[in-house]
Design a protein around this ligand. Structure first.
Ligand code: ADP
Length: 256
């Protein structure tokens, strides 16, 4: 396969916290256009892996490549400028701000650094206002948030807040989107709704998706491929249904 076919490649990733080896030489490769799942019991190193991939934690050893470029020790804001967007396990929306303004914040990666201090002045400045607004309006429509766009985020239900967070990640127009437990705390209906949006985002928006997810029904339904971590090591990989049925994976989850 040509090098450009690989969206993300992590090789030999090691990361320790004091004496604790959270990642013990993890290798993984995500192909462009995939929905790739990272699973494993609590404490297995999933969040640490994403923090290494996004520049929040430099690895102690190993190499991270994004679309063929070395991003191993790049700062998080530079990784974002390379086309990586991320949502967080615990909601990171700004209370007191409307749905629309929270989504708009996701455009910051496309703004000049000097503009960050005066974000809103700049966003509404005439020259680039239209381009940003168009993207934001389009994503608000895509995520079906039109009816609640002016509501303060804290006034809307949790399931919708998660959707706002996903919208904010999408307005950055990422090539690589990382979703950290996007279905946490959701009922079945909300889970199916988000699963649909994830599939549509991949199919219509030309984005590769990397997802940490605990719901195995979701993983088998939407992921093309998975890696299973346990105590910082890969214990299974490949087709989701096959990988999570492996005895060592079943055993790893029994202790939960
Ligand atoms: P997961 O996301 O799979 O639940 P984590 O990556 O959060 O796992 O954690 C892996 C291990 O690394 C755990 O033992 C956790 O306590 C430890 N760990 C994670 N982040 C830190 C940190 N900032 N400082 C110290 N230990 C950490």
């Amino acid at each position: 396969a040509p090098a450009t076919d690989i969206a993300l490649s992590c090789h030999g990733i090691e990361r320790s916290f004091g004496g604790l080896r959270a990642l013990k030489g993890v290798d993984l490769e995500v192909r462009q256009g995939q929905i790739f799942g990272l699973v494993g019991p609590n404490g297995s190193g999933k969040t640490t892996m994403v923090n290494v991939m996004t520049g929040f934690y430099p690895p102690n050893a190993g190499r991270v490549e994004l679309f063929g470029a070395d991003i191993t020790r790049m700062a998080p804001h530079k990784v974002a400028r390379c086309g990586v967007a991320r949502t967080f396990q615990n909601l990171a929306l700004f209370k007191g701000m409307s749905v629309l303004d929270n989504v708009l914040l996701g455009r910051h990666v496309h703004m000049r650094p000097s503009a960050l201090a005066s974000l809103f002045y700049w966003v509404w400045a005439e020259r680039e206002e239209l381009a940003h607004r168009r993207v934001v309006e389009e994503i608000i429509d895509f995520m079906q948030l039109q009816d609640i766009r002016d509501e303060p985020v804290e006034a809307i239900p949790m399931g919708l807040q998660k959707r706002v967070e996903l919208a904010r990640a999408l307005v950055a127009q990422p090539r690589f989107l990382i979703l950290d437990e996007p279905m946490a705390g959701m009922n079945q209906e909300e889970k199916e709704y988000i699963a649909r949006f994830i599939l549509d985002a991949r199919d219509e928006r030309d984005v590769t998706i990397f997802i940490i997810e605990h719901h195995m029904d979701v993983v088998t339904a939407i992921c093309d491929e998975v890696v299973v971590l346990c105590y910082g090591e890969v214990i299974a990989r490949g087709d989701p249904a096959t990988a999570i049925a492996q005895p060592q994976v079943v055993k790893a989850y029994l202790g939960e």
